[in-house]
Design a binder for this molecule. Sequence first.
Ligand SMILES: Cc1cc2nc3c(=O)[nH]c(=O)nc-3n(C[C@H](O)[C@H](O)[C@H](O)COP(=O)(O)OP(=O)(O)OC[C@H]3O[C@@H](n4cnc5c(N)ncnc54)[C@H](O)[C@@H]3O)c2cc1C
Length: 378
Amino acid sequence: MTTPASVLIVGESLAGTTAARELRTLGYGGAITVIGAERHGPYSRPPLSKTVLKDPTADESLGLRLDDLGVDVARTTATGVDVDRRVVTAVDGSFAYDALIIATGAEARRIAVPGQRGELVLRTLDDARRLRARMADARSAIVLGAGFLGMEVAGACAARGVPVTVVDVDRPLERVLGGYLSAAITARARERGIRFHHARGLATLAGDPVSGVRLPDGTVLTADLVVTCAGESPCTGWLAGSGLADGLGVGIDHACSTGVPGVFAAGDVTYLRANEGSVPPRRAPFWANAVAQGRVAAASVLGLPAAGPPTDDFFWTEVAGLAIKVVGPLPVTGEPTARDGDPGAGRALLTWDRPDGRSTVVAYGLRKSVAALRALAS
Ligand SMILES: Cc1cc2nc3c(=O)[nH]c(=O)nc-3n(C[C@H](O)[C@H](O)[C@H](O)COP(=O)(O)OP(=O)(O)OC[C@H]3O[C@@H](n4cnc5c(N)ncnc54)[C@H](O)[C@@H]3O)c2cc1C
């Protein structure tokens, strides 16, 4: 494979900036162009729900950098790709490429019906600023969704003194972290004033503009602030007709190749294709995966072997001010082995051993380096 004369990266966030940096680290001296739709330029999303909602000064330290890499940045939105002619079209012009890295991430899943106004979500810096402003004078809040993001938004409401109720059919984080940790998390959140409403089916948004949540039995819960935290969808609209995306996103192999010559993908927009039928294809839209795939995609563009795999099973979140770090396969089920501490006391090191010899390690409110957790999990 010859080194491409130019690399085009669409998506100026974690996966895209990681890929650009890795290309330079690997010695690529050719032209790199990055197309990004957000006027703010690249920034890190995890602090949006952990600090930005609580602290206006947190906006200033979200940077992901591209300015030291000698890349051209075009702040515009890609609208299509012609993989035969190797051209990406955008709102402001078109961009030819030798190699393309798709890194357009995901957007918040919305559940408002067409025409229903005022749905609030959290995906971008603008979303976070809007929510933060609304929290300032809200006397009550409802968060729809008890996943990672919903629990973080609820934690921010509680920290700011806004009474908050989390509505979901599932118990908090139970689907990924299992019943044992879900119970500990729920107890901690309740102690900090977060209330839970266990819906017996899918809830919808009530009011226009949105002012509450309608439960399957017709009951409507209302609040000053209603935030939908119902997952995210890959940003693939611009790839329509190219054959590069399906309902799950952009399918990639272990080299982050899409299978279309010259086209690679990384980050939240992707899913790893089934591995010889043994692994169901699944999205894993987390920070560490976007970094791993940005690096792998860059190496593959240059025809080099990647330094690591395109997946990384490190994940972290925060529940009512308590940090939870996880290394290892998810979901976990059943009782863990407590290696240290006790979740009830807000500090524990827990492991779930699997039949295949691997472990999942969780540092629950405990300061432990990721390297130490990786060593325990392997
Ligand atoms: C509030 C929040 C908190 C999070 N917390 C955690 C956490 O604690 N731990 C964790 O592991 N993960 C967390 N994540 C997930 C993590 O941030 C993502 O996995 C990561 O941002 C993925 O990076 P990405 O570059 O693939 O996609 P994104 O960050 O989604 O970036 C994609 C970029 O592409 C741009 N784009 C989209 N379409 C186009 C187009 N057509 N043309 C040009 N540009 C386009 C978008 O505007 C965006 O800037 C969190 C996410 C959010 C939203």
